[in-house]
Write a protein that binds this ligand. Sequence first.
Ligand SMILES: Cc1cc2nc3c(=O)[nH]c(=O)nc-3n(C[C@H](O)[C@H](O)[C@H](O)COP(=O)(O)OP(=O)(O)OC[C@H]3O[C@@H](n4cnc5c(N)ncnc54)[C@H](O)[C@@H]3O)c2cc1C
Length: 413
Amino acid sequence: MDWNDTPEQGAFRDEVRKFIQTQVPSRYRRPQADEDGDEGGGGQVATSAWQLDRKSEDPAIRQAARDWADALASKGWVAPNWPKEYGGAGLSPMEQFIYNMEMARAGVSGVGGSGVSRLGPTLIVHGTEEQRGEHLPKVLSGQIAWAQGYSEPSAGSDLAALTTRAMRDGDEYVVNGQKIWTSGAHVADWIFALVRTDPDAPKHRGISFLMIDMKTPGIAVRPLVNMAWERGFNEVFFEDARVPVENRVGEENRGWYVGMTLLDFERSNISGAVSARRNLDRLVRAAHGHEVATRRMDNPAVKLQVADRYIETEVMFNFSFRIISMQSRDQIPNHEASVSKVFSSEMDQRIANTGTKVFGLYSNFWDGAQAWTPVDAAVSHSYIGTVMRTIGQGTSEIQRNIIATRGLGLPRG
Ligand SMILES: Cc1cc2nc3c(=O)[nH]c(=O)nc-3n(C[C@H](O)[C@H](O)[C@H](O)COP(=O)(O)OP(=O)(O)OC[C@H]3O[C@@H](n4cnc5c(N)ncnc54)[C@H](O)[C@@H]3O)c2cc1C
């Protein structure tokens, strides 16, 4: 196995690095930050910095978001995974891998959110010419941000149990119901949602995929504040919200299949591997300059934990390489992506836990601005912040079910 770049891959890597050095507004360059972008796995994580900045009250921050979107657009790199004919970069799986690796190394988050990772690829496959012409350019220019309205209070892992109704009334659907955990709905312009259009049909049928303007009368967004006191996701209520039938993607009652389309080829989660290693390096660097942590690191049990975490980040790199090597051979990772997701999310939680062992009681401090708080409070924040990692984008239990049945061929329980 040769891990080195070919000359072409090396040239592309240099191009990405140069672009990052010269084009990224300093606000989006956070090599020290323990952050998690919305790209990579292409799914549900906390609202990205770019999404929030677009709606900031500070004009300088709004301008930074604009500049960043423009810089990426000028390179055609807003949507690295979309085909060129739709305005994407049309990068090969290996180029996407290199691109994401370099962005993650520099701690740079992307733009476009789920418009790039989910809605765009779905429209490319299932949308009409009019729908693509209307929505794709606005995603690529950073003009419109999308939220994903799938989960409901009684429909998460079992998504097909969703009950939000959309009843046909002439050329419109009348939508009533509730979505929950909707990341970024408070700063989104549009939402794509799965809704029930035939309540009498079997569970997976009778569902349609709608694109809904958030300004539609009858939509209310209520914040959900997580245990880190951050507002990343929301409840979204629909009360007689009228949506034009032309906003339906795909056939009526076939929305389940539309909604499951996931052409995000970048499933290697290389960003997860890179940022985990970065966080660990940062932790160890900070420990060396901290009196209590230095003493604790002399304890063999703590030392071994840190070593284990380093080994795990190396394992994670190899899971990512495995997936990218499959994609380069036109194979579609399935249970392999689940293995990577379970391992990466649980490793992040273990790294945070190890941080608390290294800094002891100092890891309880929450306010990074205080002189006695180690690593700008990254330990306490990631200990709390990584809890969600094993829930969003499919819980660990659901991933393990996939690994058991599709990977190991075990019978369904
Ligand atoms: C940070 C974050 C962001 C999110 N963003 C969005 C978003 O933007 N849009 C959106 O639509 N959703 C979003 N979600 C919701 C996410 O998709 C759901 O939380 C997830 O699918 C789990 O569903 P649930 O919360 O209803 O839990 P449930 O499905 O009720 O699960 C509860 C528990 O039961 C277990 N369980 C359930 N079924 C099984 C089974 N068959 N076998 C074994 N165990 C099982 C689960 O693993 C879990 O431990 C987000 C979630 C998080 C944490």
